[in-house]
Design a protein around this ligand. Structure first.
Ligand SMILES: NC(=O)c1ccc[n+]([C@@H]2O[C@H](COP(=O)([O-])OP(=O)(O)OC[C@H]3O[C@@H](n4cnc5c(N)ncnc54)[C@H](O)[C@@H]3O)[C@@H](O)[C@H]2O)c1
Length: 368
């Protein structure tokens, strides 16, 4: 391990750790590469697994991932490998940055290669279509129980390109084990990348996955020319839907008011770097989904898949989610978005604050 100091070594001026370690990263897409770059800039030794041999070659020979994160030079202490088991056993921390549909297949290949003392950090945002599982649920099904307490989840408002530019960013690390969350916080935080922590894995994962559906909704609204009022209404009432759905599955409502909820919703519903919002914009301007995805060059807009999972999850939980339902009908059944807006705005009138969320908020105890 590339330890450059004692376990608890910290900078006197900032309180941030100066200890360095080895970090493996599974997934050479935009987000995996940006996180690998961030970790390498911190001075960690980083080994990145990419599915595509061409990405491995680009990282090792050109020191740039021209395929998924063009324009950001990668330092020498960030190397790539096509050997997934080598990367899985490389470091104390393993960041898993794989789109949801490929998590099970990818992680199944490394089950017996992961060290007992490793921390596995899922950075994926999505919900599986067929089983409605979040990455946490997939990982707990695939990985042996000895590793369950070693799992953490990184989420929050973070465009890959802005992390690559070292623009100030704040994220949340969720883990059922406070020591695990704290360790990831210490090993990933810098003055440009601040990590908070929480125990609420459910809230963090659902916020990160469901906001992508709202981003598509806001894109459609903008594409239709509905302006700032429409976008603000979608963000606020969409947050209410996400919060009610997440609370029905055990989440703390205040988590949804944090970085992985409001923070990520604001980012993806207003930021032009959001692929999901871009998909919505183009849908709102009349393009077909197939035409849009065909021009994305292999990049994944998780919200398209998550819109189907979210629709089924809301039905399963018996939670009324008109925006989520509307996006499902637009994307998967070709319904006219203007008709969805008219129908949703014409529903029976009701109070703004849902009683179940208000009660859950009252029960909430402050989390560390
Ligand atoms: N891009 C961002 O700014 C960002 C930010 C936060 C979270 N995320 C999340 O990170 C995850 C990864 O997204 P990304 O933006 O890095 O991906 P991407 O769209 O840039 O790249 C696609 C990735 O999918 C991988 N892939 C394709 N087919 C595969 C297969 N059969 N098996 C395994 N991997 C396969 C590719 O190798 C590549 O790593 C997603 O869940 C996304 O929601 C992305």
């Amino acid at each position: 391990m590339a330890a450059a100091g004692s376990g608890a070594e910290r900078s006197r001026s900032t309180g941030l750790s100066s200890e360095r370690t080895n970090i493996g990263v599974l997934g050479g897409g935009a987000w995996g590469t940006a996180l690998a770059l961030h970790a390498a800039r911190m001075g960690h030794d980083v080994l990145l697994w990419a599915l595509e041999p061409e990405v491995v070659r680009q990282v090792n020979e050109e020191h740039e991932n021209n395929t998924y994160l063009k324009g950001y030079p990668l330092p020498e202490n960030l190397r790539a490998s096509g050997d997934i088991r080598q990367v899985a056993s490389f470091g104390e921390i393993l960041l898993m940055v794989i789109p949801t549909p490929f998590v099970e297949r990818t992680v199944s290949q490394i089950v017996d290669a992961v060290r007992d003392d490793s921390i596995l950090v899922s950075c994926t945002k999505g919900i599986l279509n067929d089983t409605l599982e979040t990455p946490n649920e997939i990982l707990k099904r695939v990985l042996p129980p000895r590793l369950h307490s070693r799992l953490a989840y990184l989420s929050g408002p973070s465009f890959a390109a802005e992390v690559a530019k070292a623009i100030p960013t704040a994220v949340t690390i969720a883990s059922e084990d406070d020591h695990v969350a704290t360790r990831v916080q210490e090993m990933m935080s810098t003055p440009r990348f601040r990590c908070y922590r929480t125990h609420d894995v459910t809230g963090v994962e659902l916020g990160g996955a469901l906001k992508n559906v709202l981003a598509i909704a806001c894109g459609i609204s903008d594409g239709l020319g509905f302006g700032s009022n429409g976008r603000a209404a979608l963000i606020t009432r969409g947050l209410d839907e996400i919060t009610r759905l997440a609370v029905s599955l055990g989440a703390n409502p205040l988590t949804l008011a944090g970085l992985s909820g409001v923070g990520d919703i604001v980012l993806t519903c207003t930021g032009d770097l959001s692929r999901n919002r871009t998909v919505g914009l183009r849908l709102g301007k009349g393009e077909k989904l197939e035409e849009i995805t065909a021009t994305m060059g292999g990049a994944v807009a998780e919200g398209v898949l998550t819109s189907r999972s979210a629709h089924h999850l809301a039905q399963k939980q018996g939670i009324d989610c008109p925006t989520i339902e509307g996006i499902y009908h637009v994307i998967h059944e070709g319904k006219d978005p203007v008709q969805v807006v008219t129908e949703n705005m014409s529903r029976p009138l009701k109070p703004e604050v849902n009683i179940l969320v208000a009660e859950a908020a009252q029960r909430t105890v402050a989390q560390p």
